[in-house]
Design a protein around this ligand. Structure first.
Ligand SMILES: [Zn+2]
Length: 283
């Protein structure tokens, strides 16, 4: 038999089939709603007997609550997979999946993953378990209040940390201040215009605040920094290591390791780990 792992991100819906059959592929997230994508794969590969989804949005007990960049044609996706195809499905927030995968990769039970990509997100593994909160909304660090801006976050507020510490935030500031070129931190830092240089400085400062908040709140052994902006600007990790003492509670830095993610797709790896826990239950 085979099992299906899906990484449902804002840009791509990726899948990997593992077990007797091995296949992978992807479609643009804007073109196919999630349930249509899942059900077409399950029809195409009837030997799949379990599925797991790492999902870029809010989910609680198998129900999709919200998703900024993925079209949702069926919120009750776990129930639908069970009733329509008779297979167990598990859906989990993508940052939670990534944190789980990072925790296995670094072989530590207390890991916080802070990812700065399109948005700013955080997943927490505490004592080897994902920390969810009452309605599975814990770790939404991108939307904690930071500084008032003339911009609007995807959540509707104007003072979110994500407006500074994410790729979408950088782009919004560039549009507002009339900065030319790609949303690239190094280009911004070298800009002739002082206000454009300030976007790059503002990003670093906000990432320091985010990192310090994460380690002060969750007290991890390892803080893993990842996501597209960090991948393209690994020097940000050095800055955070160097300056975090000015921002975080001193004792929470004692013994803390700050690392850059070494995983190619921690979110997908996390979905596969969910499959492993399900297989144990099925067996
Ligand atoms: Zn927000």
């Amino acid at each position: 038999m085979s099992r299906l792992a899906i990484d449902a991100g804002g840009t791509w819906l990726r899948y990997e089939i593992v077990g007797e059959r091995e296949e992978c592929g992807r479609v643009p997230s804007q073109e196919t709603p999630l349930w249509s994508f899942l059900s077409s794969l399950l029809k195409r590969f009837p030997d799949i007997d379990a599925a797991a989804i790492s999902f870029a949005g809010q989910v609680h007990e198998g129900v999709i609550l919200s998703a900024p960049n993925i079209e949702i044609d069926e919120p009750e996706i776990e129930n639908m997979a069970e009733s329509t195809f008779g297979i167990p499905l598990k859906i989990e927030n993508d940052l939670n999946c990534a944190a789980l995968a990072e925790s296995i990769y670094w072989n530590e039970k207390d890991v916080t993953a802070l990812y700065s990509g399109t948005g700013l997100g955080c997943g927490i593994v505490a004592g080897g378990e994902i920390f969810h909160g009452w309605r599975s909304l814990a770790g939404e660090i991108g939307h904690i209040p930071y500084k008032k801006t003339p911009l609007r976050c995807g959540c509707g507020k104007d003072n979110c940390l994500e407006l500074y510490a994410s790729g979408s935030g950088i782009e919004k500031w560039m549009g507002y201040l009339g900065c030319e070129g790609k949303p690239d931190l190094r280009m911004l830092a070298a800009s002739q215009k002082a206000e454009c240089r300030k976007i790059a400085e503002g990003y670093i400062e906000a990432m320091l605040a985010a990192s310090a908040t994460a380690v002060t709140l969750f007290n991890p052994k390892i803080l893993v920094l990842g996501g597209g902006v960090i991948e393209h600007n690994p020097e940000v990790v050095d800055r955070i290591e160097r300056d975090i003492a000015e921002y975080a509670l001193a004792e929470s830095l004692n013994g803390l390791k700050i690392v850059r993610s070494r995983m190619e797709n921690a979110s997908m790896q996390g979905a596969k780990l969910l499959l492993d826990t399900m297989t144990t239950l099925i067996d």
